[in-house]
Design a protein around this ligand. Sequence first.
Ligand code: SAM
Length: 253
Amino acid sequence: MIFHVLTIFPEFFRGPFEHGVVARAGQSGLLQIKVHNLRDWTYDFHKTVDDRPFGGGEGMVLKAQPIFEAAESIFPQRDPAKQRIALLSAQGPLFDQRAARRLLEFEELLLICGRYEGVDERVSRHLADEEISIGNYVLSGGELAAAVVVDAVARLIPGVLGNEDSSVQESFTDLEGEGAGNGILDCPHYTRPAVFRGWSVPDVLLGGNHAAIRKWRSEAALEKTQRLRPELLKPRNPAVEADPESQGVRKKG
Ligand code: SAM
């Protein structure tokens, strides 16, 4: 899979993508991350990407022109079934594990990072396939959010994690097969020492009885979900999810 990131701060991504499983996956060719500088699609001396908002008000707005031209040059003959364009935005549907799995279906993903007061609305309405928010809070820019999306999608690519069971058993993995459940939390994990400051590891984990360990893990995962995230145990509403717009898929026009 190829991830493209469009940003005015390309150097921001030197850190996040140079460590751990994402970096290793890049080195082994399982994925590519291409960071594009939005200023490469400007024509004036100062490489201007922003302008004042129509109607007045505080701050600056990222202009539509460089973003449209960048996307058109990154995807010259775009096939929407294979190449997805997403705008990072505090206003989009919330990103979750299901959204990460949905994005995995595409061969290429272009993530547009906003800055300042945001991005000219025509990018959302006429260029991006969807907006993505990573939470109900406002960040200074889309770069952190883009790094989150790349990491979450990348680790689902077959072969990226050394042990494929890691992604099958972790939090939010669907309970009843692809797309069927909310997914519960992962079970608690412990490592040595068996007793730390008087707190012991559950005996069952030390006994070597694998059937008993599996049973304990699934019960402990359920208990932790009930305690910390009880809403995950509520049934999903298939009627709402049948509506593609509720999944972040935008109608263009
Ligand atoms: N005026 C905008 C609003 O109130 O919705 C906030 C703009 S924010 C300061 C600048 C950029 O940060 C946005 O264009 C977006 O790309 C990014 N951003 C901020 N919060 C985000 C979030 N929760 N998820 C994804 N991107 C976010």
